[in-house]
Write a protein that binds this ligand. Sequence first.
Ligand SMILES: C[S@@+](CC[C@H](N)C(=O)[O-])C[C@H]1O[C@@H](n2cnc3c(N)ncnc32)[C@H](O)[C@@H]1O
Length: 256
Amino acid sequence: MLVSDFEKAQGHWILARMGKKVLRPGGRVLTQKLVSGLHISNSDDVVEFAPGLGFTAGLALAKHPHSYIGVDADEEAIALLHKRINGDNIDFQLGNAASTHIENNSKDKVYGEAMLTMHADHRKSEIIKEAYRILKKGGLYAIHELGLKDVDEAKKSEVQRDLALSIKVNARPLTEEEWKALLEKEGFRIKNVYTNKMSLLETKRVIEDEGFFRSLKIGWNILIHPAARKRITEMYRVFKKHKEHMNSIVIIAEKI
Ligand SMILES: C[S@@+](CC[C@H](N)C(=O)[O-])C[C@H]1O[C@@H](n2cnc3c(N)ncnc32)[C@H](O)[C@@H]1O
């Protein structure tokens, strides 16, 4: 997560370094839909895959679940989360969401944002299988990811290639039907689907997500870091180029 080289760093960590807290494609609005769709109560045992900087962890913990575990593969993110968020029955673990050390059928709610997209489809399935394994029957799994719309195979490859080059992550977004099929294949029943535009870097969305003053600070940081500005400008260009073919999607699914 430490950004030492702006040319090579993954896009989300550059944005985080500039002060951005909301790093998921559908912004705060879709995150709020995800959290309210999970109906987290104080008897729930909750797991978050890839808490990152802990933005949604804060929202989930505000519901006072019985317990919360966040599993992230980034050592520095985990260290930061340990510093920022403490409490009884709250734990952050360094690890791979595809193979956690969490017991079978032990959790009520599992969710993850902007993390499946980063993986090839067979890896996505491993993570989804893990959510299924640790959830109790009737438990809910929610995802918030990058979507594709109105694409043929050629357009899909073009979007993926441009994303990989600009954000330096092998991003593999899927269409709504493909996301749903991936969840259904592992035994989930789709309960709700919400979509939003993919406008992560547009001024209106940044202000909506970060608030006015933080947005000013982010703008200033981008201005004084030319290497970061170059990368962010390129990401913005790619998001704009493919804006008709990309969206963001939240799916709430139930383990049946
Ligand atoms: C784009 S950030 C999103 C962070 C956060 N969920 C958010 O929406 O702000 C991606 C995060 O996913 C984590 N990640 C990616 N693959 C993972 C995996 N297989 N297991 C655990 N964490 C993973 C990365 O370490 C990083 O913190």
